[in-house]
Design a binder for this molecule. Sequence first.
Ligand SMILES: *[C@@H]1O[C@H](CO)[C@@H](O)[C@H](O)[C@H]1NC(C)=O
Ligand SMILES: *[C@@H]1O[C@H](CO)[C@@H](O)[C@H](O)[C@H]1NC(C)=O
Ligand SMILES: *[C@@H]1O[C@H](CO)[C@@H](O)[C@H](O)[C@H]1NC(C)=O
Ligand SMILES: *[C@@H]1O[C@H](CO)[C@@H](O)[C@H](O)[C@H]1NC(C)=O
Ligand SMILES: *[C@@H]1O[C@H](CO)[C@@H](O)[C@H](O)[C@H]1NC(C)=O
Ligand SMILES: *[C@@H]1O[C@H](CO)[C@@H](O)[C@H](O)[C@H]1NC(C)=O
Ligand SMILES: *[C@@H]1O[C@H](CO)[C@@H](O)[C@H](O)[C@H]1NC(C)=O
Ligand SMILES: *[C@@H]1O[C@H](CO)[C@@H](O)[C@H](O)[C@H]1NC(C)=O
Length: 429
Amino acid sequence: MHIWKVAEVERCFRVKCFGYQIIMFWCAFVVFFLALGNELHLSHATEVSVNNTENKLCLYANLMVNFSVTYEVGVNKSETVLFVLPENVTTEGSICNNTTSTLKLGFGDGHSWAVEFTKDNKTYQVDSIVFTYNLNDSRVFTNSTSNETKSVTAKPRITNVGVDTYYSCKSENVQRVESVTQTLYDVTLQAFVTNGSKSDTDTVCTADLTSTTVAPTTTVTTTAAPTSTPTPTLPTPTTGNYSIAPDFNSTACLMATFGLRIGFKQGDKVETINLVPSATEVGGACGVNSSILILTSDTITIMFTFSNDSKKFHLHALNVTVKPATGVAVVAANTNMSIWVAAVGSSYMCNREQTLTVTETLTLYTFKLRVQPFGVEKGEFATAHECSLDDTSILIPVIVGVALAILILIVVIAYVIGRRKTYVGYQTL
Ligand SMILES: *[C@@H]1O[C@H](CO)[C@@H](O)[C@H](O)[C@H]1NC(C)=O
Ligand SMILES: *[C@@H]1O[C@H](CO)[C@@H](O)[C@H](O)[C@H]1NC(C)=O
Ligand SMILES: *[C@@H]1O[C@H](CO)[C@@H](O)[C@H](O)[C@H]1NC(C)=O
Ligand SMILES: *[C@@H]1O[C@H](CO)[C@@H](O)[C@H](O)[C@H]1NC(C)=O
Ligand SMILES: *[C@@H]1O[C@H](CO)[C@@H](O)[C@H](O)[C@H]1NC(C)=O
Ligand SMILES: *[C@@H]1O[C@H](CO)[C@@H](O)[C@H](O)[C@H]1NC(C)=O
Ligand SMILES: *[C@@H]1O[C@H](CO)[C@@H](O)[C@H](O)[C@H]1NC(C)=O
Ligand SMILES: *[C@@H]1O[C@H](CO)[C@@H](O)[C@H](O)[C@H]1NC(C)=O
């Protein structure tokens, strides 16, 4: 739709419109109506406000939900229908209490979508979303063999929303339960509204944060790590040598050596932990297009997925689980990375400490890294492609040198000017 619009506009301009104002006018009209149509199509956001018994605002929502429901239309035959949460909904059955609230949106012929909230001292959360659909509504569920009303309960991860803030999430949140898929997006949601007016501050969902901070190229940063610097008391992690062979008798097909530290959030605190190579099991597999390395210790499980895009390889995905001795387990995954890039048949090397931001709550630090996920021969690393920032060791002397040169130049100029002044001074005497 969008691409076609652009093409249309381009064609308008490419056609020599100078003499053909009418054509241009017509083009403009087409574009205008396409744009308008698009606009009308997209603006199906559902906005609702619920007031409490004192007639003050207590629940607010502005969101979009797409539904995909598969239902039976005959023996062994099913159909899938797609529809969106309409703009016009009822809020009958919504309830605001002190620590629990329900936002119930009714629509169509007996369908409803209900969000259950609970609150503790500082935060509130969504406990469940109950979607109820009436298969007897033949306009939506044509030829349905059943006329029942069904319900599915989804548990979206909408937690830790600060009291007196609204939850904001532009990213898609997909909930699959039985034969129903719900896609929530462009969500603004506030329960337990205080003082009868919607808050100005928001709690942004992790998906929105990571989609901006975990861009593949920004993953290699030395400063902007959200988990702050690791505790200095922790020693540099031991460098481990890990390799995978296709079978017992063969030499390695994947090799990696590095020291690994993980920083993860526990509440507001950041904790760090080192991977101990001697207490780590190695697993994984080599493939043509992708290879996997899995390291498992009693507290850490980490899976590296490398991709071979014919000429080059890169680290494509990371899935890390940390189960600390005390506190809650942290799981972090990023499946859209493109770091550690090197030619297939060579290895990637980075001696300095590298910081990889996996998610908002978990960061990896690698030390003395060298990996070759494809085409290892004779159990040895091939030539290395070094990470560019290792060059800082060269860059720093250069910068210092340039700074020194500038300083000397300033001193010389000052000296010359000074001499001239004194010279002039002597002359007038
Ligand atoms: C939701 O459905 C509408 C209409 O079918 C479609 O235009 C839109 O792309 C869908 N959005 C998502 C996130 O699936
Ligand atoms: C449904 O399909 C399966 C195989 O696709 C078949 O074995 C089964 O007998 C079918 N059931 C009915 C009730 O037709
Ligand atoms: C639902 O369908 C059953 C048969 O499948 C029928 O006996 C019943 O009357 C129907 N109920 C409604 C409310 O249409
Ligand atoms: C592995 O080596 C053993 C003995 O060295 C030999 O008997 C076996 O056939 C080999 N297996 C493969 C898959 O090459
Ligand atoms: C690897 O990728 C290429 C191109 O994308 C594809 O043709 C090939 O079938 C893939 N090989 C395997 C083993 O998946
Ligand atoms: C990498 O992928 C290409 C095709 O995409 C394949 O020809 C090549 O053999 C692969 N390299 C390795 C080492 O598996
Ligand atoms: C990461 O690993 C955990 C535990 O093995 C698993 O439940 C989860 O689905 C994985 N996530 C991704 C994106 O692969
Ligand atoms: C993955 O990253 C690429 C490049 O930044 C981006 O174009 C793409 O949309 C991303 N895909 C997902 C699923 O985030």
